[in-house]
Design a protein around this ligand. Structure first.
Ligand code: GLU
Ligand code: ZN
Length: 291
């Protein structure tokens, strides 16, 4: 094996057709570049995850025929995240933020993508002579370097983005003491030695900040990125959460078999012209041909 690619669903629901498309791209990459597939369950948000979804995700992947080589689940990786938090603390690149949601909304500009661009109201705590009282409700924020990150996507080309302008200092732990997606994913991608990141283009916006954070955490050379297209409706719009919420489980219970579902997903993703059923191998070959 030449490297590792991951499939990283969040167990906040059952898998839907959008996940199947993502899995097809991940396994297609693995096959094309001779990579190990790592299944990572991203259950960092303990308030939204449910154990039956973890079980359901594994069952549905198996039903479709996707086989992974290695596995991890974020809720078992607390010591890894602690280790990387300590690195940030040693570098003085993390600080507590006590801003309420209201204050965050009132005092910070919003980006075109609807994100708060945090202006650093609590950064002063880093250099304050007064020790911070950690019993105050707070999040932890990463001191995001103010510089352009240049990165390349194998499908979309090159980008130059400054995360300080996209989101500012972002959280690594939230007010409920949970690790955030941005932090956990960076620690995992380093710790699990992920060389290729294949995921939907709806997450593309997170890439520059993740590269910036991984650099500070000790990974100066970023992974290879490929952000795949999403399933869109007839008018070219991304499927809504509601349309996507329809799960593989419901399709399965409705009597559809795996090959019919794979054929349907490839049709919806405009990878084939009719919804004819496809074996997993065939579906993966079609995706490889589109890369
Ligand atoms: N857990 C994320 C999701 O389900 C994927 C994150 C990633 O691939 O970076 O959308
Ligand atoms: Zn703050």
């Amino acid at each position: 094996m030449q490297g590792n690619v991951r499939f990283a669903p969040s167990p906040t629901g059952y898998l839907h057709r959008g996940h199947i498309l993502s899995a097809l791209y991940v396994w297609a990459f693995a096959q094309k570049h001779n990579l190990n597939v790592h299944l990572r369950i991203e259950d960092h948000d303990q308030s939204r995850m449910r154990p039956e979804y973890v079980k359901g995700i594994k069952e549905d992947l198996e039903w479709l025929g996707f086989k992974h080589q290695t596995y991890s689940i974020q809720s078992k990786k607390d010591s890894v995240y602690q280790h990387y938090l300590q690195k940030l603390q040693e570098k003085k690149m993390v600080y507590p933020c006590t801003c309420s949601r209201k204050k965050l909304q009132e005092e910070n500009p919003i980006s075109q993508t609807g994100e708060i661009i945090y202006q650093g109201a609590c950064r002063f705590i880093l250099n304050s002579p007064q020790p911070f009282d950690f019993s105050t409700p707070h999040a932890l924020r990463f001191c995001c370097p103010d510089k352009k990150i240049e990165w390349n996507d194998l499908r979309l080309g090159s980008f130059q983005e400054n995360p300080a302008e996209q989101c500012g200092d972002f959280t690594i732990k939230d007010r409920h003491n949970q690790w955030t997606y941005q932090f956990a994913v960076c620690c995992d991608d380093i710790d699990e030695n992920i060389t290729h990141i294949v995921r939907g283009e709806d997450i593309r916006n997170s890439t520059a900040r993740q590269i910036a954070l991984m650099d500070v955490l000790g990974r100066p050379t970023p992974p290879v990125y490929y952000h795949h297209p999403l399933i869109v409706d007839a008018s070219g719009k991304k499927l809504s959460k509601r349309e996507l919420a329809h799960s593989i489980r419901q399709d399965k219970d409705g009597g559809i078999n795996a090959e019919a579902l794979l054929g349907l997903v490839c049709y919806e993703a405009q990878l084939q012209e009719t919804p004819q059923p496809l074996s997993l191998d065939r579906a993966i070959s079609i995706v490889i041909a589109s890369l």
